[in-house]
Design a protein around this ligand. Structure first.
Ligand code: ZN
Ligand code: ZN
Length: 326
């Protein structure tokens, strides 16, 4: 018969997730300002294609390709000037510094839908969608976490420069001012009156910067929330990832998320002919003209290839494939 120890072991004290007030305030402010797009003064039908084009440039080439497939998973290589351009496009989506973003995403792959996942929607859709961002765990930003998950990127002076002193925010502000200046410049060039010119400049700024930023935020977050809850599974990965056609359509390819968790390094996330992945199409086009190489092909690990699961409850932990980085 065993006896209880005289002194009970002390549970490790983990830092509590902290409310990131400044980022929550920024989120609220940008959402509210973006809503002005639907006032008679700012609304314009051409704003919708402007947002979609902006999404392709800043969301698809910046976040999908730059932050995600290139930096996080090393799925393809580009000339230095293009790699920098993709990173800057990602920065202009206001989703955090590339070092932090990649670090969080690599943690996500290692702990997908278990207790260490920074944004699993298992508890609630809203947590996985956006709440986790402004209640971020301070450990995600610690030097030791960075050294563990992104040692390959920490030596990059450009990425370090963007991260230090939050210069990525200044880059975002600079690009917003540039787009506003272009809008007002165009207004004074083509409109007859000052009032009309100012209105056009305002419309370009609100649709081209604010609405597009909010749009790219939410479709990126849908990959973490919706594509870990709804859709079909082609592979029995160890998480709850799903292939979600709506999210794939909105994000130009990132919604084929079960495919991605099955083959994280593969540059293409569409595995069937109808799983369209326009982000990968752009990479293919660049490859054809010699501006992309070392494009990692789809190679599904044997232990999950061909295994299907349609229970609607998520993956089988026994087939865990927590390979982590990248
Ligand atoms: Zn995921
Ligand atoms: Zn990934």
């Amino acid at each position: 018969m065993s006896t209880a120890p005289a002194v009970l072991p002390v549970a490790p004290v983990l830092p509590r997730p902290k409310l990131v007030v400044w980022f929550l305030a920024t989120l609220v402010a940008v959402h509210l300002l973006a809503l002005t797009a639907f006032t008679p003064y700012v609304f314009a039908w051409w704003g919708i294609p402007l947002v979609l084009v902006g999404n392709f440039i800043f969301g698809s080439m910046g976040i999908n390709l730059g932050y995600h497939r290139m930096l996080t998973h090393k799925a393809a290589t580009f000339p230095t000037f293009l790699e920098r351009l993709w990173v800057l496009c990602g920065v202009c989506s206001l989703e955090g510094s590339p070092l932090w973003w990649v670090c969080v995403h690599r943690i996500h792959h290692q702990h997908s839908d278990d207790s260490g996942d920074p944004h699993t929607p298992r508890e609630s859709f809203f947590w996985g969608h956006m709440q986790w961002i402004y209640t971020a765990d301070p450990r995600q930003r610690s030097l030791s976490t960075f050294e563990k998950y992104i040692p390959d990127l920490m030596t990059d002076p450009f990425l370090r420069w963007l991260h230090r002193g939050n210069k990525w925010i200044l880059v975002y502000v600079a690009h917003a001012l540039l787009i506003a200046a272009a809008g007002f410049g165009l207004g004074f060039l083509i409109e007859d009156t000052t009032e009309a010119a100012v209105q056009l400049g305002t419309q370009v700024f609100v649709w081209g910067v604010l609405v597009r930023t909010v749009y790219v935020w939410h479709i990126t977050w849908l990959v973490n929330s919706a594509a870990h809850r709804w859709g079909y599974r082609s592979y029995q990965t160890s998480d709850r990832s799903r292939n979600n056609a709506v999210v794939a359509l909105l994000t130009n390819g990132e919604g084929w998320h079960n495919n991605h968790h099955a083959t994280p390094r593969a540059c293409s996330q569409g595995h069937r002919w109808w799983e369209v992945d326009l982000t990968f199409t752009a990479v293919r086009a660049l490859q054809l003209v010699g501006l992309a190489w070392d494009v990692v092909p789809v190679k599904v690990p044997k232990h999950i290839a061909g295994k299907k699961e349609e229970t609607g409850r998520g993956g089988d932990k026994e087939t865990a494939d927590k390979t982590g980085t990248p």
